[in-house]
Ligand binder design. Structure first.
Ligand code: UDP
Ligand code: MG
Length: 332
């Protein structure tokens, strides 16, 4: 954590951007955006809501555009569903505020916390994140899996990725600039926020259950995200494979010595087919496991070297027109 220095130069006024990723939230998005806008202008008059439509197919676009002018919405429509991490990055690339807030569009994050988060940012904290209390409004297997992945990442990457910290947070402009320079496709935002090492503080909150729509994260997409986080921030699995190889080799040596001992000193015949079959199965299983883990990293290198864009913008409305004083309207 770095030293706290109040942002006195912003005393005359600062701008606030909120980034909202949206995938099929038509039922509740318009009322959510109106309420969010009210909360934001209660903080500062210079606001924009960057709504990133991540390939919705349910009429979310029309709902968002219905309140675009009233709510100062900078609308970005991606050409297809790229995933939340990429939708957030599209928002970060476009957000123009001094202070940038990330919040889900499903109303599960209590927007009433934003004034307090911004207040702490104004007091000099670079990143203020909301910390969900463990297990709330989520099935316990999902909570346990999240908790396991976060703990593993924290212990292996050396970064502070607290259990319960999600994307609901307020970032200083310099963190946004840093995130814009990070080109990786294996994108695990919670790790990237922490990577910069800027000062941060948590505010605990109770997550609301969804009132409309359903979670976009299935067991499958969550396990993809977990694999992404682990491979992006740690090489521990590769080290485990080496360790497993070493242990197997040791076991083979011990077994070999035992067989020789049995033959010479106990006069036992060398055991045949069953031992052979079992050891071949064990070794090939371990080799395939190792290959799979190495393959996971090689696949990600393959994704990185292609250098494809992180997302494709199909339509964009009101870019830069929303803030009265826009610092930089250009994408990094
Ligand atoms: N979302 C998105 N792209 C995706 C998945 C989700 O933009 O591929 C959005 C979604 O519309 C919501 C937020 O990300 O605003 C969080 O998603 P969700 O509520 O499904 O996640 P959960 O709260 O279950 O973790
Ligand atoms: Mg949600």
């Amino acid at each position: 954590m770095s030293m706290r220095a109040p942002r006195l130069h912003l005393a005359s006024g600062f701008s606030l951007s909120c980034i909202v990723p949206v995938l099929n939230e038509a039922a509740g998005i318009a009322s959510f955006l109106r309420r969010l806008h009210r909360v934001m202008i209660g903080i500062t008059p210079r606001v924009e809501i960057v709504v990133v439509n991540d390939g919705s197919t349910d009429g979310s676009a029309a709902e968002i555009l219905r309140c675009a002018d009233a709510c100062r919405i900078h609308y970005i429509e991606l050409s297809r569903n790229f995933g939340k991490e990429f939708a957030l990055q599209a928002g970060l690339d476009a957000a123009a505020g001094d202070c940038v807030c990330l919040i889900d569009g499903d109303d599960q994050h209590p927007m009433e916390l934003i004034p307090e988060m911004v207040q702490r940012w104004r007091a000099g904290i670079d990143m203020v994140y909301a910390l969900r209390r463990f297990g709330q409004s989520e099935s316990w297997p999902k909570s346990m899996a999240r908790s396991f992945v976060h703990r593993l990442l924290t212990s292996r990457s050396g970064l502070e990725i607290p259990v319960g910290a999600g994307d609901f947070r307020v970032l200083d402009r310099k963190i946004v600039q840093l995130l814009r320079t990070m080109p990786e496709r294996t994108r695990f935002m919670k790790g990237l926020y922490a990577w910069g090492g800027f000062s941060s503080e948590a505010i605990p909150y109770e997550q609301q259950p969804r009132t409309t729509g359903t979670s976009k994260y299935t067991f499958h997409t969550l396990s993809d995200l977990a694999a992404c986080g682990i491979t992006a921030f740690s090489t521990t699995p590769l080290r485990l494979v080496s360790l497993l190889g070493l242990l197997t080799a040791l076991a083979a040596v011990v077994l070999g010595l035992w067989i020789v001992f049995e033959k010479i000193f106990l006069g036992q015949p060398i055991p045949g087919f069953a031992t052979l079959a079992a050891s071949i199965l064990l070794l090939s299983g371990i080799q395939l496991l190792g290959l799979g883990i190495v393959g996971e990293y090689v696949g990600r290198i393959f994704d990185e070297v292609k250098q494809r864009p992180l997302y494709v913008v199909a339509r964009e409305l009101n870019r830069g027109a929303l803030l009265e004083s826009v610092q930089e309207g250009t994408r990094a």
